[in-house]
Design a protein around this ligand. Structure first.
Ligand code: SF4
Length: 351
């Protein structure tokens, strides 16, 4: 069982971001965290969670470091009995708000992994994206996390913005690998509906022009790719859990939970969520939808696809791809050799 907790507050709205987050509702933080507590209390029952059954916790957003550690205390007191002794407990954080004190206090609560939204070490690019931090903030925050004894540190970097050149990216990766990180996520900028960049579509470059370069540069530094955007000497157990299609609780406004093929969507409207945190829209996935999701997720990552989920026709097509060396079969599982082709391969198999 995985647990995701969503924190929908941010210091600034990045021009490319379509996530559920608010920059002008900080006065609701306390009531939001109270609502979150109520929802979690209910979800532990709805998901029938047993003691020490939660393998991973991921606090994401939004920006979890906009909320003081003190406001997380009650939440951890509630979930602690359900968290496995060796659980991976991650929080996302942004460099401007993840102070040394905040990091230390979150570690006290049990955090053993931090994923920093760094995006770049180039101040001009950070401004262009409307990030709330600069290069020095990022260097300081990652070092503080390491000094505070956080075991696993990851950073996110973004590429394929119109400012990116191979030289700029090389400098971003050089700087990244000088830091005490063991995981890196690299995302190509995509233009999403309803974001300021929607009116500026030339903010993004055609991503394939840089993707191979980015993949090769990261791998040369010794990080293994274990999903289309994720690399590391450490592999996030929470990420792997999603791709293995494990059940997950989703707590918070705009979060999603899933149990036995039923998805739960708490309200993404912050005020409505605070009023009624137990209300969630339900969506029952068909067997076909679940199979397709397993296929797409498995082929985008090292998880692979178990032949048992495929129909006779699909199995034949997967076997054909294995014969053509586009997939590798090991035991009962098909593995993808080129994540950039994963969607095409999945579509070919399900036809
Ligand atoms: S910090 Fe993250 S969640 Fe917040 S606006 Fe920027 S990209 Fe979106």
């Amino acid at each position: 069982m995985l647990l995701y907790i969503h924190i929908p507050f941010c210091d600034s709205k990045c021009f490319y971001c379509s996530f559920n987050s608010y920059v002008d509702k900080f006065h609701l933080k306390k009531s939001y965290m109270d609502a979150l507590y109520l929802q979690l209390f209910y979800e532990l029952k709805r998901f029938d969670v047993k003691e020490k059954e939660i393998e991973t916790v991921f606090i994401g957003g939004g920006t979890p470091s906009t909320v003081s550690a003190a406001l997380y205390k009650k939440i951890f007191e509630l979930i602690n009995p359900y968290i496995a002794d060796d659980a991976e407990i991650t929080t996302e954080a942004n460099p401007n708000s993840a102070t040394r004190t905040w990091i230390e206090e979150m570690k006290e609560l049990g955090i053993n992994r931090i994923s920093f939204g760094v995006q770049s070490f180039d101040d001009k690019k950070l401004k262009f994206l409307n990030r709330a931090h600069n290069r020095d903030d990022a260097l300081r925050a990652v070092k503080d996390a390491a000094d505070a004894g956080i075991q696993n540190i990851s950073i996110d970097l973004i590429y394929a913005t119109v400012l990116d050149t191979k030289e700029l990216l090389q400098e971003d990766f050089r700087q990244a690998f000088e830091l005490p990180i063991n995981h890196l996520s690299a995302y190509a900028l995509t233009i999403e509906e309803g974001t300021p960049f929607e009116k500026k579509p030339d903010a993004a470059l055609e991503k394939l022009s840089l993707t191979n370069f980015v993949f090769e540069t990261i791998k040369e530094k010794g990080f293994t790719q274990y999903e289309i955007s994720n690399f590391g000497r450490y592999q996030s157990r929470h990420n792997l859990g999603y791709w293995q299609y494990k059940d997950y609780i989703g707590a918070g406004s705009g979060a999603v939970g899933c149990k036995n093929g039923v998805r739960y969507y708490p309200s993404s409207d912050l005020e409505a969520y605070i009023r009624d945190p137990l209300h969630a829209r339900e969506e029952k996935l068909t067997a076909q939808e679940q199979k397709e999701e397993k296929l797409f997720l498995g082929l985008r990552s090292i998880v692979g696809v178990d032949e048992k989920i495929l129909s006779e026709k699909e199995l034949k097509r997967a076997q054909l791809l294995a014969d053509e060396k586009k997939l590798v079969k090991n035991g009962n599982t098909f593995y993808n050799l080129d994540y950039l082709l994963s969607d095409e391969i999945s579509l070919f198999i399900i036809n």
